[in-house]
Design a protein around this ligand. Structure first.
Ligand code: GRF
Length: 187
């Protein structure tokens, strides 16, 4: 049985979807790590009975923040790290340290539309097919080997809100499944 740490920065709906699924397995959610004090993710963690850590990035270097994160990962004995709306770019050193153990979810069909505003960018592109990508993290912005993609064909004149809903629903199903498989296969 393996242990998962989840990093989030904001709302945390993916964090909750992952936690609810993984809590049904024999695996453990060791903690939530969040870089924004007022993030709603903390509220969700409390309701789910998951330990959470606030790790600020301001007024100190990224290295210092990542050092603190590494200490938490050590203490909580996390095997796999899932980024779920974590709005920080991890350094190459950090990613190297946890090579093949960090995954991310992105709301577009990568390599299209990496970075922020991916849903709007996908929507405005006029692309007929839209979707999500789950990938290993490699130190770039939404680069790294792709594990799974899910997509759907947009309807004519489909509003952005509907597209957003469909994208998030794909996330909530696919990401917990991928994470469960990773935890199952973790030695
Ligand atoms: C999701 O759309 C995820 O793909 C992206 O950031 C968003 C986070 O939403 N990386 P939430 O905080 O999980 O609700």
């Amino acid at each position: 049985m393996a242990r998962l740490a989840i990093f989030a920065s904001g709302n945390g709906s993916n964090f909750q979807a992952i936690a609810e699924e993984i809590q049904k397995t024999g695996h453990t959610i060791s903690c939530l790590i969040c870089d924004r004090k007022k993030a709603y993710s903390f509220e969700r963690a409390k309701n789910l009975g998951i330990k959470s850590y606030y790790v600020p990035y301001f007024e100190r270097s990224k290295e210092a923040a990542e050092q603190e994160i590494a200490e938490i990962i050590e203490k909580e004995k996390a095997d796999i790290i899932a980024l779920a709306g974590f709005m920080r770019i991890l350094s190459h050193q950090f990613v190297e340290k946890y090579k093949n153990r960090i995954v991310n979810i992105h709301p577009s069909l990568l390599p299209k539309y990496p970075g922020t505003g991916a849903i709007e960018k996908s929507y405005n592109s006029g692309d007929e097919e839209l979707g999500i990508t789950i990938h290993y993290v490699d130190g770039g912005v939404d680069t790294g080997p792709i594990i799974r993609q899910e997509s759907f064909k947009r309807k004519f004149n489909e509003p952005l809100e509907e597209i957003e809903k469909k994208i998030h629903n794909l996330e909530y199903t696919a990401y917990p499944e991928v994470i469960k498989n990773l935890l199952d296969s973790y030695q």
